[in-house]
Design a protein around this ligand. Structure first.
Ligand code: IPM
Ligand code: MG
Length: 367
């Protein structure tokens, strides 16, 4: 049997730097755990625009459809702000999500013990926090029609449409219930059923799907209250399921609770392929951070943890994923810190690539 395949799309800004560290980790698993992958690499975002005039070439899209998992770094940068909307770096990312039909976006927000002081919230509010946001990723206002900027009388009007079909809600709800079953059997669904019909339907469908999961304690919350509760008492949540736009906002909020955006991975999953693996793309939650790109300052952990999610969700290697996550915790507990993690209590300052090396060393020590 051939090795499982991975397409790496480093993208822009710090993307290539953090991805270089992921490659060290992938190589380690090949050399030391007999888990070899066929890795190929291609362009996305501004990097693809510079070469092809589009943020994702058709050949790259086709490759992404064929591999077992895509790992993406980050896209965008000030250099591309002037581009037409249709070729902006973000469009490359959105095309991947849409054409691969990656409808379930898993965004864990986990507070690492060693970093609890970094949260803007009091330590006891966030210490031990471990929640999972499941964001619908291929529909809603991001993709609904009609959309555009139109002339209306003597002025223009900007239009986007929030649109959800029952089947779109159902499949992401099912993904969230399945996750809840594997975690603490607690799911909170967030929408604005008080003002939006799409929210009314969302609540109805999620409730209906819940009948198949009687063990899961399901609750519903208006998304604005959800934002407040996330900041007030985040530990009341375990799994949260919500739509594309609310999920975008709420996941940034949840991410910041944990103290560092440089730590958070994500998985975007679609339907199972012929080989049983889900269509999947893994990416850090952080952006391309152009202000620190190329300086060796970036924290590669979010991207490395994204590979851990790939091990767990695409390659059925939950134990190896845990090994990698534990190695990262160990390195943090030893005080090893990239610049974004350096607080008043100090620590061992390291560059992006030194952090990768430390994690590889911790993996070696785990054997
Ligand atoms: C995210 C980002 C993207 C989004 C952008 C880059 C298009 O904010 O993944 O959360 O809005 O979905
Ligand atoms: Mg976002």
């Amino acid at each position: 049997m051939s090795n499982p395949s991975i397409l790496i799309l480093p993208g822009d800004g710090i993307g290539p730097e953090v991805m270089a560290e992921v490659r060290k980790i992938i190589d380690w698993f090949g050399a030391k755990r007999d888990l070899a992958f066929d890795v190929s690499e291609d362009l996305v975002g501004g990097a693809a625009y510079d070469k092809h005039g589009v943020p994702l070439a058709d050949e790259t899209m086709a490759k992404a459809q064929e591999v077992d998992a895509v790992l993406l770094g980050a896209v965008g940068g000030p250099k591309y702000d002037v581009l037409d909307f249709s070729v902006k770096p973000e469009r490359g990312l959105l095309r991947l999500r849409k054409e691969m039909d990656l409808f379930a976006n898993l965004r864990p927000a986990q507070c690492f013990d060693a970093l609890a002081d970094f949260s803007s919230l009091k330590k006891d509010v966030v210490a031990g926090l471990d929640i999972m946001i499941v964001r619908e990723l291929t529909s809603g206002v991001y993709f609904g029609e009609p959309r555009g900027i139109f002339n209306e009388g003597n002025e223009r009007v900007g239009i986007n449409t929030q649109r959800y079909t029952e089947s779109e809600i159902e499949r992401v709800a099912r993904a969230a219930f399945e996750l809840a079953m594997r975690r603490n059997k607690k799911l909170c669904s967030m929408e604005k059923a008080n003002v939006m019909e799409s929210g009314i339907l969302w609540r109805e469908v999620v409730t209906r799907v819940g009948q198949d999961y009687p063990e899961v304690e399901l609750s519903h919350m208006y998304a604005d209250n959800g934002a407040m509760q996330l900041v007030r008492a985040p530990k009341q949540f375990d799994v949260i399921v919500t739509d594309n736009l609310f999920g975008d906002i709420l996941s940034d909020c949840a991410a910041m609770l944990t103290g560092s955006l440089g730590m958070l991975p994500s998985a975007s999953l679609g339907a199972p392929m012929e080989n049983g693996r889900p269509k999947a793309m893994y990416e850090p939650v952080h952006g391309s951070a152009p202000d620190i790109a190329g300086q060796g300052k970036a924290n590669p952990i979010a991207c490395i943890l994204s590979f851990a999610m790939a091990l767990r969700y695409s390659f059925d290697q939950g134990d190896e994923a845990t090994r990698l996550e534990t190695a990262i915790e160990k390195v943090l507990a030893d005080g090893v810190r990239t610049a974004d993690l350096m607080g008043p209590e100090g620590g061992v300052p390291v560059s992006t690539s030194e952090m990768g090396d430390k994690i590889v060393a911790a993996l070696d020590a785990s054997l």
